[in-house]
Design a protein around this ligand. Sequence first.
Ligand SMILES: [Zn+2]
Length: 313
Amino acid sequence: MNIHKIVLPTPFPVGDVNVFLVKGEALTLFDAGPKTTEAYETLKTGIRAAGYEMKDIDQVILTHQHPDHAGWIDAFPKANILAHEYVDHWLRQKPEFLEYRDQFYQYHMIRQAVPERYIEKMLQIRGELELLGTTPLTHFIQDGDEMPGHPGLKAHYTPGHAQSHLIFVDEKTNTAIGGDLLLETISSNPLIEPPIDLSMDRPKTLLQYHQSLTLLKDLNVSKLYTGHGNEIENVNELIDFRIKRDHKRAKQAYDILSEPKTVYEVTQKLYASLYKSELGLTLSKTIGELDYLEQEGLVKVELVGDVLIYSRT
Ligand SMILES: [Zn+2]
């Protein structure tokens, strides 16, 4: 793969994001950074440093819909924009979708026994969407598709961190563009998001995420270009490490369940120093661990009124 990495600043706690310019029969930008002035200038400079201009980009392909990756699709009005179909809901930001999204989060936070004042606050956080592009997709990518202009570069659907998440594997070199599926120094969070079919069913994101990591392991990728930080060469070793750490965290959640508890109560104990400032993130992580314990038959869940109560089996 003829690949050129460009590192863009983001205003998010995660820090910089990587985007990749790949020259094949087409000139393709993988991911596009957040829609900030700083990221735009850095992107333009980076594309020039690789010997091209913004207008030379034929297509932008997105790994997933998060705003640190999907902002500056708006900078390429003539390019094709390709991603998983789910991304389109977030780019179009139709009032019906935004309302559905709020209802989805509200419904689940009530079940998790999140105090009402926090639910209100969480629903008001719309800031993230402002840094997301609004150019609709021109093409939807499905699992197994070959990328136009890049023979042998195939998409693999890898949900968990995001419901739209794709990685792109070059079958000739066994290298891959991995988005946020696996990162060198930080763990990717299995964020709770509305499901692909836009029902109220909650995807079990940690279980999805581990399945996606297992798929990546089976692909035996020799070099992974990541969304944040350095490239990874010991891919399979790092996958084992990440899964083991999640299971350790699940054991802690199990210990906390010596008495039946709500998701919110488990989160308060499991992430005592973090849950107040990072409620969405820590709830997602807790739910992931509880889903895992439930799948293992160690924990059961029961609906009492509007609230889910988790207890040991
Ligand atoms: Zn990211």
